[in-house]
Design a protein around this ligand. Structure first.
Ligand code: BTN
Length: 250
């Protein structure tokens, strides 16, 4: 375990290889690690994605890291915003540093020109009703060497280099991203956070397929994200439905 380059108030732990930085952060959280602990791995051997999927990555071609936060009581009502917060932080970093516009594909992806360049997996530790830790894990594809075989990608994948011509090291991107995570966290309770997510929402008003759990996919048009983080979408019979967990495919 080595100290990574710190971005105050974050403390970065850099690992050459690990199973999953989310698992590491959850374990550190159980052992009392403080708010702002970050684990970055050069290589993950068992990276995890949403819904039990695996997350494919490659050293130097991917940024894989997790941030451990200790939610304050005033943040408890907004836990459902943390995944979108991770997406927004990356979107802001790309726009502020490089003028690159990306979109947020609810609930947990960042797209550039229609391809997924980042996925976010948020996990929470509870003690009874109290959320004692939130772990935000982010995987960013820096170059096309990071992409999973097309047959394994649930949604078409791309990279920062392939989609926007950016050549970034994992460390440089993390140093741009962490301050944006901090800034967005300070806005966690603000309506403006959701407004900005809506301004960047992918597939707004477009007909897509929305799959809830194992149900057959529905044809629907994503319209907006609510303050509680759910997606409101219009079904093909005109009804507006709220989705708390679902997967969008084009
Ligand atoms: C998804 O798109 O399904 C979410 C992918 C999240 C991947 C990141 S990589 C760093 C962290 N550690 C993990 O095991 N998963 C997340």
């Amino acid at each position: 375990m080595a100290a990574g380059s710190d971005v105050p108030p974050f403390k970065v732990i850099l690992l050459a290889e690990t199973n999953s930085t989310n698992d590491d952060c959850l374990r550190l959280a159980e052992n009392g690690a403080p708010d702002g602990t970050v684990v970055r791995a050069l290589h993950q051997t068992a990276g995890r994605g949403r819904e039990g999927r695996s997350w494919f990555s490659r050293p130097d071609a991917s940024l894989t890291f997790s941030v451990l936060l200790r939610p304050a009581a005033q943040e408890y009502p907004f836990l459902t915003r943390f995944t979108l917060l991770g997406c927004l932080a990356l979107a802001r970093a790309l726009e502020n540093h490089f003028g690159v516009i990306s979109n947020i594909k609810w609930p947990n992806d960042v797209l550039i020109a229609g391809k997924k360049v980042c996925g976010v997996l948020t996990e929470t530790l509870w003690q009874g009703q109290i959320p004692t830790a939130v772990v935000i894990g982010m995987g960013v594809n820096l170059s096309n060497a990071a992409l999973p075989p097309a047959s394994e990608a649930v949604f078409p994948a791309g990279s920062l280099e392939g989609q926007a011509g950016l050549q970034l090291s994992p460390r440089d991107l993390l140093e741009m991203l962490l301050p944006e995570i901090w800034r967005a966290r300070e806005e966690l309770a603000a309506d403006s956070l959701i407004d900005e997510i809506n301004a960047r929402l992918a597939f707004k008003g477009e007909w897509v397929r929305l799959r809830k759990n194992a149900d057959a996919p529905l044809k629907a048009r994503p319209l907006w994200v609510e303050k509680d983080g759910c997606l409101c979408a219009e079904a093909d019979d005109g009804r507006i439905e709220r989705f708390y967990s679902a997967e969008i495919s084009a």
